[in-house]
Design a protein around this ligand. Structure first.
Ligand code: FES
Length: 90
């Protein structure tokens, strides 16, 4: 099985985890490029923490500064119907 594939033959989807009060943890086969299209050196198969607080000195990567500055972000994914106060139909 080649890297990035899962049993059954499909590509493994990229998962981006919004960590509580912290970075986005990116897991899966992906390319990370800057605004000019230049690719960052990310070892294949490695999970990467991307800064979402804006304070990292190593952007786009997290350097841990979020915890020292008290960054807060613990949102949860909410379906549109729930956000509008509607009861989801069964
Ligand atoms: S999220 Fe960690 S330094 Fe910004």
């Amino acid at each position: 099985m080649s890297e990035g594939t899962v049993e059954g033959g499909g590509e493994r989807p990229v998962t981006i985890l919004a960590k509580n009060n912290g970075p986005f943890l990116v897991d899966g086969p992906f390319r990370l490029v800057d605004a000019d299209g230049n690719e960052y050196d990310v070892p294949a198969g490695k999970k990467v923490n991307l800064c979402r607080c804006g304070a990292s000195t190593r952007k786009p990567f997290c350097d841990g500064t979020h915890s020292r500055m008290g960054f807060e972000a613990a949102e949860r994914a909410v379906r549109a119907a729930e956000a509008e106060g509607q009861t989801p139909s069964a």
